[in-house]
Design a protein. Structure first.
Length: 202
């Protein structure tokens, strides 16, 4: 079940306000297609976007609107949701499929269709993971390649980690260094932690 919280500050005259929280619960009876919300983001208009197994959901404070395959998504289930520096929503579906959704127009396209020839060859399927960076960029792991998407103007940058497979970005430090999990030196379930310096993606 997802909860939305509004805070109201109240207090006696001359005293610091004591915040009280009015908690509202929303479920399928209110228009949510599924009680399990896997991820959420807020767009530039203040709308809340929810990733659920039954589609992408927009909440405007009053009503829920559901977007699915019929609206251009690659699949109904959305397992992860990120917002890039241009305000576009990146949707991760099962089996590492990705859609790009414009919350202003309500239009969705696949990652390949959206970027077309701007998408680096290293982004060939399967893209194993995506991760939001504090600088607003989106990090993608594909084989032994790390891709960083800054914006429509700046595009992608690519860094290759030798002898690595299944590169999964998990954290970006305050100095810009990126930490990834990766299998090193061949197949197997064991992962190593790899640090990629910020300067490698400049």
């Amino acid at each position: 079940m997802v909860q939305f919280v509004w805070a109201i500050a109240v207090g006696a005259q001359g005293c610091p306000p004591s915040p009280l929280f009015n908690v509202a619960h929303f479920g399928t009876e209110d228009g949510l297609p599924d009680r399990q919300v896997l991820s959420l983001e807020q767009d530039q208009r203040g709308h809340i976007w929810l990733a659920t197994s039954a589609g992408l959901v927009r909440f405007d404070g009053y009503d829920f609107e559901i977007y699915t395959r019929k609206d251009g998504l690659l699949a109904d289930p959305v397992v992860r949701l990120l917002r890039d520096s241009d305000g576009l929503l990146w949707l991760e579906h099962p089996d590492h499929a990705y859609s790009i959704f414009d919350p202003l127009t309500g239009q969705a396209r696949s990652l390949a269709d959206h970027f077309q020839d701007q998408l680096p060859a290293e982004a060939s399927p399967p893209l194993l993971s995506m991760h939001w960076s504090p600088d607003g960029s989106i990090l993608l792991g594909s084989g032994n390649h790390l891709l960083s998407y800054q914006s429509a103007a700046a595009g992608f940058s690519v860094h290759t980690v030798l002898n690595a497979t299944a590169l999964v970005p998990v954290h970006r430090g305050t100095n810009g260094d990126i930490f990834c999990l990766a299998r090193m030196g061949g197949p197997g379930p064991h992962h190593s932690l790899v640090k990629i310096p910020a300067t490698a993606l400049e």
